[in-house]
Write a protein that binds this ligand. Structure first.
Ligand SMILES: [Zn+2]
Length: 268
């Protein structure tokens, strides 16, 4: 194929990728930012985030979150990035993954979860935003390729700090399309199942958050604004779980280890 045709095909794919619903099965997709560029951008964002937010240094908490992350990675479609997993001191119920696979779990999420499966469910969702390379696609669409490339090359440290705070800071958020959100749920269910976590934990936790939000609106504002927990979304998760062959996952109740970690996090 000539360069000219390739260029138009690329443009066409870009429009298809942005305009239509995301095919949940497809994790590749067109992306202007290369994997290598995304790794570099991720490292820069991670450094900024860790200046702004307090990473929980307790070695047992760190080892625990790492173990869950690594276990989930055994169940994803592909691992292209050097994933890291950290807990940050923030009592909002939330977790977020940035370009390059750096994944942050808020203390608030650990406090709200009742089992490792529930905690792993939100992490599985976030990891799959990285697997499907949603953040760089979304950022390219919002800011354009040349601006991102400037950030990768370290040409504008002030802008980098500002965007890190707007997109991943305590008060900010990167918003994904509904198609990307449902793909992260769809892949998250499969990841949990493959890695040995009961995907029912995702449905259960989402239902609990939805119920809590009805009781006490405002408490979950941030999580729900970036992850609207519609009944449709929960139904889709349930339907995906229903399609999976039966599998035994062992006890999904709070393990002694989970309870101990949760108690430690309560003191943070
Ligand atoms: Zn999401």
């Amino acid at each position: 194929m000539g360069r000219f045709h390739f260029f138009f095909l690329s443009l066409l794919l870009l429009f298809i990728g942005n305009g239509c619903a995301v095919n949940p099965e497809r994790v590749g997709g067109f992306n202007l930012i290369s994997v290598e560029e995304e790794k570099q951008l991720g490292e820069k964002f991670a450094a900024e985030i860790e200046k702004e937010q307090k990473v929980v240094k307790d070695p047992e908490v760190q080892a625990y979150i790492n173990r869950i992350g690594e276990k989930l990675l055994t169940g994803v479609e592909k691992v292209e990035f050097p994933y890291t997993f950290k807990v940050v001191k923030d009592d909002n119920i939330n977790a977020f993954a940035i370009p390059g696979g750096h994944t942050y779990v808020n203390t608030g999420l650990i406090k709200a979860a009742e089992s490792e499966d529930e905690l792993a469910a939100v992490m599985a969702h976030e990891i799959n935003h990285v697997v499907a390379r949603h953040s760089t696609r979304q950022l390219t669409q919002q800011y354009g390729y040349s601006l991102l490339l400037q950030l990768v090359l370290g040409q504008d440290p002030n802008l980098l700090a500002q965007l890190a705070s707007q997109l991943f800071g305590k008060a900010g958020s990167l918003y994904y399309s509904r198609g990307m959100e449902s793909q992260a749920d769809y892949l998250g269910v499969k990841t949990m199942y493959n890695a040995g976590y009961d995907p029912a934990g995702m449905e259960k936790f989402f239902q609990k958050l939805q119920a809590e939000n009805k009781q006490e609106p405002g408490k979950l504002t941030k999580f729900l604004s970036s992850h609207p927990l519609t009944s449709e979304r929960i139904q889709n998760v349930k339907a995906e779980i229903g399609k999976l062959p039966p599998k035994s996952f062992g006890a999904s109740q709070a393990s002694p280890e989970f309870s101990r970690i949760k108690a430690k996090v309560q003191q943070q």
